[in-house]
Design a protein around this ligand. Structure first.
Ligand code: ZN
Length: 265
């Protein structure tokens, strides 16, 4: 029985999709519901879920989740020998609630359908790892809808699940500065001065005495720059696989190091 093959498959991950294709052919023959029964279940369960899972609070309608519901009912029907009742299907949905909500959240992100504080909170609550990865997108939305208190949540999720770099952006406060000095969260284009100020470079230079011996300090003075990857390093200690920026030293900054060397304290 042909049933909108492929539709709704997008929320499953790719591995599952590949497996799914072969299984589907076989199991479709075993489908136990008529098209009419199937469609009735989809409509009525979509309606109930919107209400029961509180999805109306984020302004979703039964139509918005219909294809997800369809996909899940299809897989439930396929795995059963007997015809399911609406009640038993609904029970399954309740058991799968977290997964279902996560799929809804993923879709809102994918389709750029995040236009309210409620939706951002929904995504943070049900799909924190997706929220972390999508922090650049969500940051801009949160700014736009003026919900600055959510930024800290996003920052933490970015640190846990996003593409965290060792260098903090002075504009948005996320660890998201790339070696080209661009921030991948807020889009700021920074220069060396911004980073130097943010990390209190001068104070840190004074403390280098405790960290590096004379020859490494001399190396910094002679090369004229430091590598910053969350720590200040002479060029020779740069780690290849760590994201870092190059900060060229001003006369004044160099003289701080020269003083340390001269006094040799
Ligand atoms: Zn930024």
């Amino acid at each position: 029985m042909p049933r909108k093959k492929g539709k709704g498959e997008s929320i499953k991950n790719k591995e599952e999709n590949n497996k799914g294709h072969e299984n589907k052919k076989k199991s479709q023959k075993k489908a136990k519901l008529s098209d009419e029964e199937f469609n009735n279940f989809v409509t009525s369960i979509s309606n109930e879920i919107i209400d029961r899972f509180g999805l109306d609070l984020i302004n979703l309608s039964p139509n918005d989740i219909k294809d997800l519901v369809e996909e899940i009912i299809t897989s439930i029907v396929e795995s059963r020998v007997t015809k399911p009742s609406e009640e038993s299907l609904m029970k399954k949905f309740v058991n799968l609630k977290d997964q279902f909500m996560k799929a809804v959240a993923a879709r809102l992100i994918e389709r750029d359908e995040i236009d309210s504080r409620d939706r951002v909170e929904f995504i943070i609550a049900y799909a924190p790892e997706f929220a972390g990865k999508a922090a650049p997108k969500l940051y801009k939305i949160v700014k736009k809808i003026n919900a600055p208190d959510l930024i800290e949540n996003l920052r933490q999720l970015w640190n846990n699940y996003g593409n965290r770099t060792p260098i903090r952006c002075p504009v948005c406060g996320f660890n998201s500065v790339m070696p080209d000095m661009n921030c991948i969260v807020c889009g700021a284009i920074l220069d060396e001065k911004d980073i130097k100020k943010d990390i209190n470079l001068k104070d840190q230079l004074v403390n280098l005495r405790k960290i590096y011996n004379n020859s490494l300090l001399e190396e910094i003075v002679n090369s004229g720059y430091i590598i910053y990857d969350g720590e200040i390093k002479p060029p020779s200690l740069q780690e290849k696989d760590k994201i870092s920026v190059k900060l060229h030293l001003s006369k004044e900054e160099k003289s701080i190091l020269l003083n340390l060397l001269r006094r040799n304290v």
